[in-house]
Design a protein around this ligand. Structure first.
Ligand code: 1CP
Length: 332
C-alpha cells in the first residue's frame, strides 16, 4: 500500500503523505511551454499523451506521493454537450444550457467523449514513475458543476442567474449525478487509485440549502466511490460547518480550506484530514513557509494527516518554494 492510502486507513506511516491541489499546471515553466503550443485548453485535456506528460511533471521535480490527472471538472458539462472554451485572463466560458437536450444524452456518448481522459489514466497508471504512488482522479461536486453550467462562467465574477428557480432543476441535478457516477467508475477502471471531489463553490450556498445541493448529492457519490472499493477525499471549500458535512457525507478524508481554524478541525473532526495551509504562504519566504507548514504539522501530529494546501497552488508560485515545502514535510 501507499503512504497516502495507509494514512487514510489510519495505519502508521513512514512519512507524512504530501501532494498539492493544482500541482500540475499554471506555475510550472514546463507546463507553460506545452500550453503555449496548445492554445485550445479543452483539446489539450483530451490529448492523452500530452496530458500524461503534464500529470507527471510535478513528480519529476518533487518528492510527492501522488499525481492528480491533468484534466478539468468542466469536462462533464462538455461531455453533456454544453459548449466549453477557456478565454485567456478570463477563465471558462460555457455555452447556453439546453437542459431538455442534456437530460437525453446517452451514457455511451458521454464515455466516448471522455475516452481520452480514460486513456490518460491508463497510460499514466502503468508508468514506472507511478510505482508506490497514487493516481488521483477527480470530479467537480454536483453543486459546483451546477453553478458553472447555469452561470456559464466563473461565479467569482458573480452569479447572474436564479439557480433555484431554473426549470427542470431536479432533472438536471439527477443527470449530473448520473454522469458523475459514470465518470468516477471509468476513472477507477482506468487506473485512478483515489477520487477527489472538488466543491470549490460550496461557500457560495446558504446554509439552509446545504442538504439538498451539497450533502445529499455528495453523499450519493461518496457511497458510490466506496462501493467500488476506493477512497474518496472531499474538498467543500468555504463550507461553514465541516463537522456537520463529515457527519452527513462521510468521506474517507476531508480536505480543509485555509479560512477554517485548523485547531477547531483537529478538536472536532475524527476522520483523516488533508490540507489547510494558505497557498499565499508559498509567495513569502522560506522562514515563514517553514513556520507555517510546521504549525499545520504540529496541530495534526496525532491525527491521520495528508499535507496539502487550503486551495490550489497559485500561478505565481516559485517551484523551488514547493520543493522546499515538500522537504519540510518529509523531514518532519
Ligand atoms: O489557461 C490555462 O493554462 C488553464 C489553467 C487550468 C488548468 C491547469 C484550468 C482552467 N484547469 C486546469 C487543470 C485542472 N483543473 C486540474 C488538474 C491539475 C491539477 O490540479 O494539478 C484540476 C484538478 C482542475 C480542477 C478545477 N477546474 C477546479 C477545482 C479546483 C479549484 O481550483 O477550485 C475548478 C473550479 C476548475 C474550473 C477552471 N478550470 C480552469 C479555470 C480557469 C477554471 C475556473 C476557476 C474559477 O472559476 O475561478
Amino acid at each position: 500500500m501507499t503512504v497516502l492510502i495507509d494514512c487514510i486507513n489510519n495505519k502508521s506511516v513512514s512519512s507524512i503523505p504530501v501532494w498539492f491541489m493544482r500541482q500540475a499546471g499554471r506555475y510550472l515553466p514546463e507546463f507553460r511551454d506545452i500550453r503555449s503550443k496548445n492554445k485550445d485548453f479543452v483539446k489539450l485535456c483530451l490529448n492523452p499523451e500530452l496530458s500524461k506528460d503534464i500529470t507527471l511533471q510535478p513528480l519529476n521535480r518533487f518528492n510527492i506521493d501522488a499525481a492528480i490527472i491533468f484534466s478539468d471538472i468542466l469536462l462533464i458539462p462538455f461531455a453533456l454537450g454544453q459548449q466549453l472554451r477557456f478565454e485567456k485572463n478570463f477563465g471558462p466560458i460555457l455555452g447556453e444550457l439546453r437542459s431538455e437536450n442534456i437530460i437525453d444524452v446517452k451514457n455511451d456518448e458521454i464515455t466516448k467523449k471522455l475516452q481520452p481522459v480514460y486513456n490518460l489514466l491508463k497510460f499514466t497508471s502503468s508508468d514506472p514513475k507511478m510505482k508506490n504512488k497514487d493516481l488521483i482522479g477527480f470530479i467537480g461536486a454536483t453543486w459546483t458543476l451546477l453553478v458553472y453550467m447555469l452561470n456559464q462562467k466563473s461565479p467569482k465574477k458573480n452569479i447572474e442567474v436564479d439557480i433555484f428557480n431554473y426549470p427542470h432543476l431536479d432533472k438536471l441535478i439527477n443527470k449530473i449525478i448520473e454522469t458523475q457516477k459514470i465518470h468516477i467508475k471509468k476513472q477507477i477502471e482506468s487506473g485512478a487509485s483515489i477520487i477527489q471531489i472538488f466543491d470549490s463553490w460550496a461557500g457560495l450556498l446558504e446554509i439552509n440549502k446545504y442538504n439538498k445541493y451539497i450533502y445529499e448529492p455528495t453523499k450519493i457519490l461518496v457511497e458510490y466511490t466506496k462501493s467500488l472499493g476506493k477512497n474518496v477525499i472531499c474538498f467543500p471549500r468555504g463550507i461553514k460547518n465541516y463537522k456537520e458535512y463529515c457527519k452527513f457525507v462521510k468521506p474517507s478524508a476531508i480536505s480543509i480550506d485555509y479560512e477554517v481554524d485548523p485547531l477547531e478541525i483537529a478538536k472536532n473532526i475524527n476522520i483523516p484530514i488533508q490540507g489547510g495551509m494558505n497557498p499565499q504562504i508559498l509567495l513569502t519566504d522560506k522562514e515563514n513557509l517553514k513556520k507555517e507548514a510546521k504549525r499545520y504539522l504540529d496541530i495534526f501530529k496525532d491525527h491521520p494527516y495528508i499535507f496539502n494546501l487550503g486551495h490550489g497552488i497559485l500561478p505565481e508560485t516559485d517551484p523551488t518554494m514547493v520543493d522546499y515545502l515538500v522537504k519540510i514535510v518529509k523531514d518532519y
